[in-house]
Design a protein around this ligand. Sequence first.
Ligand code: PLP
Length: 375
Amino acid sequence: MRPIQMVDLKQQYKQIKTEVDAAVLNVLESSAFINGPQVQSFAEALSRYIGVKHVIPCANGTDALQIAMMALGLQPGDEVITPSFTYIATTEVIALLGLKPVFVDVDPKTYCIDIEALQKAVTPKTKAIVPVHLYGQAAKMEEMIKFAVANNLHVIEDNAQAIGSDYYFSDGSTKKTGSIGTVGSTSFFPSKNLGCFGDGGALTTNEDELATTLKMVANHGQSKRYYHDIVGCNSRLDTIQAAVLEIKLKYLDSYIESRRKVANYYDEAFLENPKIITPYRADYCKHVFHQYTLVLEGIDRAGLHDYLVQHNVPSMIYYPVPAHRQKMFASFGTGAINLPVTDWLAERVISLPIHTEMEEEQLHYITSNVLKFLN
Ligand SMILES: *Cc1c(COP(=O)(O)O)cnc(C)c1O
């Protein structure tokens, strides 16, 4: 049996080595390291895949969120509603731009932003909502978009964990996550479902004018060379990364299927266990399982983690400290916020290895060790 890792990037690379090596060598030989033609061709391929008019590549997923908020013209003091139960990047950029993060609770089944809670959190200062498609499952977008349109709010989809996920609307139509809100942001961090060989990110939108502004913000606010109309930043996707992504995008659907197979195996092994809550699968979307995360009821989580470590099985806690309990946000009066579902999750979640190269033997070994600890 191969050693078990949370994500096995080396094994995945081996499968596409010939193709990827040639593409990278091609960039080296052309030496068009910045804005080489692969950046544009990858952006076009991704826009076709997601079914969105514009894809604006950038340096990473955190930048993508920041660029979205800058391009939407959010001003210091504006309020942005976001779940507290997410990776820090989602919430950090809000504060970085002088905006006010308004943390709301998550749905106890999907662990994504709770629609009722976000509706209650709106004030006259609210300008945007940032839903996070956590662990690879979409937030409830249909209701959210209706509410956002009625209340004149922007929706920035944090799609870093759910690229490729389909959303099924009640009228029978389907859209991919990242094409539903005003703008979507995603990350190509190596361990993400579509990962490059370093840092990378992108923005997705159907709005022409916004796309132009996003492009400008990512490029020093430049309208034409050396003419800078608005304050921007420098955030680019390297040509080498774009070349890698162009190849990996062709495999994204098969990567997603591999992940879903792993999730099915885990589900089956744990389904009958009353102490384990397996991931809920909302009927409105396709879960792409960036993570496979269990909620443990009445089980010593640290004990399970240590037991697995002793048996060479890694596991992770995503995320042990929710945003509203981070020192970073203390000045926003977060000490007084009560988010019971978020706190319940932060104490009980544990994520097991999931990636595209897992073998049945490994899955058998992992699940039998988890179950051994429980019995
Ligand atoms: C990974 C991630 C990001 C940030 O992406 P980077 O490319 O690491 O900057 C943002 N939001 C979520 C939910 C993520 O998982």
